[in-house]
Ligand binder design. Structure first.
Ligand code: ADP
Ligand code: ZN
Length: 221
């Protein structure tokens, strides 16, 4: 049985992270989030973290060589019959080609790409209000998903903080980078016949349920 692969594609603020978490807990997909792995590396001050930090602060893309390294490392740690869910990768045409190579080496292909769609004003509102748990990484929103106790994580009590790249100027740059670099992937995957558009302006659970239905056969096999 070959490895199954899905990708979550969408602008910053489209909800890739929280939706991926919903899918992961209801299926057997291995969640591969380059953003999460990079933030962890920055926090721990590893060589990868030191290389990535400045790019991330400006909302620019981290060089492909760094990304390739962390993705391969993550997949090597997973089991042989895993289903992969990529979140935040690939982000450029070069990365999409790299992913095809990586998967080819594991006798896998991209089975489905879910494009999370939400209006720009909503993306900005979600990003500016986002707060993240320093300990466990759980996401909140000051208005939409407030924690029970202000400033503290419902799950682990950890301190909530605002990501360094969730400042207004960096948010606008990230959206710009998405339009210029990542949007081109939509046509690429559409042509391959694997793109599925999903409305992600709705409550997260509805989006998660739709993706699980779409990926159900892949994750359960
Ligand atoms: P968002 O999609 O909200 O920007 P991510 O957590 O996916 O959030 O990414 C945060 C930052 O990490 C990006 O702005 C970029 O600097 C870096 N990054 C994440 N994934 C990649 C990638 N595949 N290629 C290059 N840089 C990346
Ligand atoms: Zn927490």
């Amino acid at each position: 049985m070959s490895i199954k692969t899905i990708i979550l594609l969408g602008a910053p603020g489209a909800g890739k992270g929280t939706i991926a978490e919903g899918i992961r807990s209801a299926s057997r997909f291995l969640h591969v989030s380059t953003g999460d792995m990079l933030r962890e590396a920055v926090k721990c001050g590893t060589p990868v973290g030191r290389q990535a930090e400045a790019f991330m602060k400006r909302g620019e893309l981290v060089p492909d060589a760094v990304i390739l390294g962390i993705v391969e490392e993550r997949l090597d740690k997973g089991g042989a019959d895993d289903a992969y869910m990529f979140d935040g990768f690939p982000r450029t045409m070069d990365q999409a080609r790299l992913l095809d190579e990586i998967l080819g080496g594991r006798k896998a292909v991209v089975n489905k790409v879910f494009l999370l769609d939400a209006p720009r004003a909503l993306l900005i509102a979600r990003l500016t209000g986002r707060r993240v748990c320093r300990k466990c990484g759980q996401s909140y929103h000051v208005i939409n998903i407030p924690p029970k106790v202000a400033g503290a994580c419902d799950l682990c009590g950890g301190e909530l903080y605002q990501r360094a790249d969730d400042s207004e100027a960096t948010i606008l740059n990230r959206l710009d980078v998405y339009t210029k670099q990542t949007e081109t992937l939509i046509a690429f995957y559409e042509k391959k016949g694997v793109l599925v558009r999903v409305d992600s302006a709705r409550p997260r659970q509805e989006t998660v349920a739709e993706i699980l239905r779409g990926a159900g056969a892949l994750a359960a096999s």
